[in-house]
Design a protein. Structure first.
Length: 675
């Protein structure tokens, strides 16, 4: 037992008392072991032998059974003895630990504090050995516009947790700059998300953060083992052009402009195409955001100055605010597109979601802002049932442009084989300029060109002068019946029916009586009126925009481009690329396909090209792949992005192939379901 005396407490005395306690405990254990052996009827001879050899309770548990058998003959006694000694030893260890803790507690009670080692006392008050750097964990939280909360960006999407060792004197402002450089290297996050589109701040769930706080301050205030900070990003708020409420957006790899009229919705990063889901937002929001964030127009766009297919591969070529050399100056009354001298590091990508059957209105809406000329445009299609088509890529883009210009020919132009825009009361300068931008961007991203527009009209818009024959183009502009009458009158004026000739000319407001001598100049004058004078307002709206296209598409190459892209049966046959080696059934199907291409009219031929390539123009080689199908599943299949046509080999005659192709091409319902 310990007693309290008047003498001062001494650690030395405490150690002596503790040693005595251990000795007493060992003696007690030896006595208990002797008593245990006597109870087990072990003879005194064996007990005395153990004591003589100093084999006590602490030695027996580590002895082998063979060694212990020399002192305790019976196996049961040996096992029981070992168990008894181990139990007592564990009790001793427990008592020792308790006594040690009691000893330390008594030292603190006497001295008032824990004893300080000599080395620590020696360096007390010296701050030179303090660490000047601390560990910090840095993450990225992005605002989810749909769920109205911040969500952590995973490492696969460019986020994750970054472990840093930084100076304790670094401020929150400096940490924010470091975080922006980590998660937005060169100003862009993974998926080309631009830093300038976001507002950023540093936050922590462990402590309140202010811009002037240092790392050391945050550690002192939070008292945490490792400080964890987050770069929080949120798309900048912009006001809509209408009286709608402010919208909050989250940009992923590519902003998606949903022009389908549905309510804007927002998505966070998921697996798939680089683990990014496109966010759908309204057109006015993104254009306003681009303007508010200082997105400047670019004086260079990545297309080439070579004609398309067959005339060279695309190469970047500079824009030029002036018309091509030798083609004259723009009209003084026109104001060119307001290009900015400052350029962006990289065109801002944007994906347009266009409704099938509404390409004309949706694309015009998307291209009403001139900033879209400086964006990298991608297109996805929405089905009438509201779902997005699974297909995406260049084939979908070509298909969308084909549908747009097909609708444009039907709703916004006049003419037979060649078309000319006519003035509509619901199309003002904004809409006509948007159509010009679609022409420019369509050429840039897909080499699509509206070849059905009359050459004199295009030349006047592109080059401010026309060199094509107005008479010949006018004959293509009029209807087929009128063309027959006029051509017959040009060949033999006296043999033509006078009433039919007057009717053909009167339909185009001819003000003179035709004669054999004045018929040619009369047709040229009427051609100038119909092809240039009537659409002059459209020409003036187009010229400031398409004049840049003129610098990469010279006037002498325009007719070559139109001729190259206009499909003919012979030209399409040359585009078909069959396997080098074919079986007899495959050879027969290939022969049927060539016959079909050679027999169909121009309209069906354009549908065939669109089915195979996405475009109704001559674009790329069409690769043929033969597939095995049942009679029930037999039908042509295509992948427009790769310009691949899959043909079943189950056609035993030409009419079967013709029937299947006609059914597919005239269905007018093609779903791009190939990812």
């Amino acid at each position: 037992m310990y007693s309290t005396t008047d003498q001062p407490f001494s650690p030395k005395h405490e150690e002596d008392d503790f040693t005595c306690l251990i000795e007493q405990t060992v003696e007690t254990m030896d006595a208990e072991l002797r008593g245990f052996l006597i109870k087990r009827n072990i003879s005194e001879e064996f007990i005395q032998k153990l004591e003589n050899e100093k084999i006590d309770a602490s030695v027996i548990p580590v002895m082998t059974d063979a060694d212990l058998a020399k002192y305790i003959p019976k196996a049961g006694d040996r096992i029981a003895t070992v168990a008894f000694c181990r139990h007592n030893n564990s009790s001793l260890d427990t008592k020792s630990r308790k006594e040690t803790m009691l000893t330390r507690l008594r030292q603190r009670l006497v001295s008032g504090e824990a004893p300080v080692p000599a080395k620590r006392k020696q360096w007390a008050g010296n701050t030179s050995a303090k660490k000047q750097e601390r560990r910090v964990e840095l993450g990225w939280m992005d605002f989810d516009g749909k769920q109205k909360r911040y969500r952590q960006v995973k490492a696969i999407n460019g986020g994750g947790t970054r472990h840093l060792i930084i100076s304790k004197d670094k401020t929150v402002v400096e940490i924010k700059e470091m975080a922006e450089n980590l998660f937005f290297p060169d100003g862009f996050a993974k998926g080309k998300r631009k830093l300038s589109y976001y507002s950023t701040e540093i936050e922590s769930s462990q402590v309140q953060v202010s811009s002037s706080s240092t790392v050391d301050d945050l550690y002192e205030e939070s008292r945490v083992k490792i400080l964890r900070l987050y770069l929080r990003t949120k798309i900048r708020k912009v006001e809509l052009s209408s009286d709608e409420e402010e919208a909050e957006m989250q940009l992923t790899s590519t902003p998606v402009l949903d022009l389908t009229g549905s309510e804007p919705h927002y998505s966070t990063d998921v697996q798939g195409i680089d683990d990014m889901v496109h966010q759908e937002i309204d057109l006015e929001i993104i254009i306003g955001a681009m303007a508010n964030d200082g997105v400047q127009l670019d004086d260079t766009l990545p297309w080439n100055d070579q004609p398309p297919h067959g005339l060279g591969e695309p190469q970047p070529a500079p824009w030029n605010d002036q018309p091509p050399h030798g083609l004259g100056e723009p009209q003084p009354a026109l104001v060119t597109e307001p290009w900015n001298d400052q350029t962006m590091d990289e065109p801002a990508p944007v994906t347009l979601i266009i409704r099938r059957g509404h390409c004309l209105t949706d694309l015009i809406k998307a291209f009403t802002n001139p900033d879209i000329l400086n964006t990298e445009v991608f297109i996805k299609m929405r089905l009438p049932n509201g779902k997005l088509e699974e297909g995406e890529g260049s084939g979908v883009t070509r298909d969308c442009l084909t549908e747009f210009w097909t609708d444009f020919y039907e709703r916004c132009t006049l003419g037979g084989n060649v078309k000319v825009p006519f003035i509509r009361h619901d199309y003002q300068s904004e809409e006509w300029q948007a159509i010009a931008r679609i022409l420019v961007v369509g050429w840039r991203i897909a080499r699509y060109f509206p070849v059905k527009l009359a050459a004199p009209f295009l030349e006047e818009a592109l080059y401010a002068t026309s060199t094509s024959s107005l008479k010949d183009t006018f004959l293509q502009y009029v209807s087929e019946q009128e063309r027959e009458v006029l051509v017959k009158a040009l060949e033999d004026f006296n043999s033509v029916d006078t009433d039919a000739l007057f009717d053909a000319l009167e339909a185009h407001e001819c003000q003179q009586v035709p004669t054999k001598d004045n018929l040619i100049p009369l047709l040229s004058q009427m051609g100038h009126k119909a092809l240039i004078q009537a659409p002059m307002y459209v020409i003036k709206c187009w010229r400031p925009i398409v004049v840049h296209l003129a610098s990469v598409l010279p006037q002498d190459a325009l007719h070559h481009v139109i001729q190259q892209k206009t499909p003919t049966g012979k030209a399409v046959k040359e585009l078909l690329q069959f396997p080098d080696e074919m079986t007899p059934p495959q050879t027969a199907v290939a022969r049927y396909l060539k016959r079909y291409v050679g027999e169909v009219d121009l309209s069906t031929l354009q549908l065939f090209l669109r089915f195979c390539t996405g475009s109704n123009l001559m674009e790329q080689t069409i690769k043929i792949q033969f597939i095995e199908t049942s009679n029930f599943e037999r039908r042509p299949q295509s992948h427009t992005c790769g310009c691949l046509l899959k043909l079943p080999v189950g056609y035993h005659n030409y009419p079967d192939l013709r029937s299947d192709f006609n059914s597919v091409l005239t269905s007018s319902v093609w779903v791009m379901d190939i990812i």
